[in-house]
Design a protein around this ligand. Structure first.
Ligand SMILES: NC(=O)c1ccc[n+]([C@@H]2O[C@H](COP(=O)([O-])OP(=O)(O)OC[C@H]3O[C@@H](n4cnc5c(N)ncnc54)[C@H](OP(=O)(O)O)[C@@H]3O)[C@@H](O)[C@H]2O)c1
Length: 340
């Protein structure tokens, strides 16, 4: 089968197209014929050894996310059968076998059934972005532990970076769950994307006084913040978060931070860090169920009309796909792996 792999970390030139033997599902595993592989920043960061080890014990097939069809079921697997359409998450976590290959073997619980009518493109876009967004929306002191229509009724959610992949999923999930959604963006074009995703209000954080603009929209402050860059946004967020509000911080722009402790203390505000790799099985299982339900309801669509433009690459162009994500392309990067 055709597979992309890297045997040493480095820039995207380490990604090679190779022929490998087809893997088989062991106990508790399924084999999935991959239709579409989704690319996220974590995939190139791991490849470039920005996260994870510089030295590799074995070749890595990159990419955590993907969608396809189960074609082999290992002993002891229940609830999945050959022919089921599925979406995958964390395929390459604690495994060398990601989704940039024609067949991926994964632990069965990392393959969730794709609801009828939900495309492989949506399925390959769910894993890292939607699961991270789900966690970011469900880790707050007074907030819900699960998302469903009505779960965030009456809450105001601020999503910083609403034109990003995680930001897009956070807007969609928060809106599906009933929140009033405010987002920050850096241009009118990105504002249009965030609004298409479902944000009620988009505030340009590069213009004027964005904190005052957000306060005008939410005089009592925002209850929940899903934040992409706390180092740069800490001042803004301190001015708009409500008393006992909380902030889920899921990204690291690479510096240390100085923050006004007394201001945050006065708010009784909560800072919650989120890293998908260590949220724990319970949170992942909750995320899979709720994200699948949101997808089934049509709340997690992708593409221009819903604010997440797609850019596609062929499997043998995976290096270019990684470079596009590393370069900060707007929208979602997908790799067409095989006709399924
Ligand atoms: N913790 C986790 O488990 C986890 C999971 C997924 C992703 N991440 C990390 O989260 C980051 C974003 O991932 P992604 O896939 O969503 O990337 P992305 O699609 O490139 O989106 C990032 C977005 O953030 C915006 N942005 C940057 N600085 C901002 C600021 N100060 N205020 C508001 N918006 C800002 C960018 O647009 P402008 O620069 O134009 O504003 C862009 O729209 C990456 O660093 C990734 O590694 C972490």
């Amino acid at each position: 089968m055709r597979s992309i792999q890297y045997s040493r970390t480095g820039d995207s030139s380490v990604l090679q197209l190779v022929e490998r033997d087809e893997p088989h599902a062991g106990p508790g595993q399924v084999r999935v014929r991959i239709a579409v592989s989704g690319v996220n920043p974590t995939d190139w960061k791991r490849r470039a050894a920005q996260t994870g080890p510089a030295e590799l014990a074995e070749p890595i097939i990159p990419n955590q996310d993907g969608a396809g069809v189960v074609d082999e079921v290992g002993d002891g697997v229940t609830g999945l059968a050959a022919g089921d359409r599925v979406w995958l998450f964390l395929a390459q976590h604690e495994s060398p076998d990601g989704t940039a290959q024609e067949f991926a073997v994964v632990e069965a619980w990392k393959a969730a059934k794709l609801p009828d009518g939900v495309s492989f493109d949506v399925g390959a876009s769910l894993g890292v972005p939607a699961m991270t967004a789900h966690r970011a929306l469900t880790v707050h002191e007074d907030g819900p532990l699960r998302l469903a229509p009505g779960a965030l009724d009456g809450r105001t959610v601020l999503v910083t970076g609403g034109a990003g992949a995680v930001g897009h999923a956070a807007i969609q999930l928060a809106r599906w769950a009933g929140a009033t959604v405010i987002t920050t963006i850096s241009s009118d074009a990105k504002g249009a994307l965030a609004t298409a995703a479902g944000a009620h209000h988009a505030v340009d954080y590069t213009q004027g006084d964005p904190a005052a603009a957000i306060r005008e929209l939410a005089p009592d402050g925002v209850d929940i913040v899903v934040d992409v860059d706390f180092i740069r946004n800490v001042g803004l967020i301190a001015k708009v978060v409500s008393t006992r509000g909380s902030v889920a911080i899921y990204a690291n722009s690479g510096a240390d931070i100085v923050m006004p402790i007394r201001d945050w203390m006065g708010l009784n505000a909560r800072l919650q860090f989120v890293l998908l790799y260590t949220v724990g099985d319970e949170a992942l299982r909750a995320g899979v169920e709720d994200v699948t339900a949101a997808a089934a309801a049509g709340a997690l669509e992708v593409g221009d009309a819903t604010g997440l433009p797609l850019t596609r690459f062929a499997l043998d162009d995976t290096a270019a796909a990684h470079d596009a994500v590393e370069g900060g392309i707007v929208g979602k990067v997908l790799i067409d792996v095989a006709e399924v």
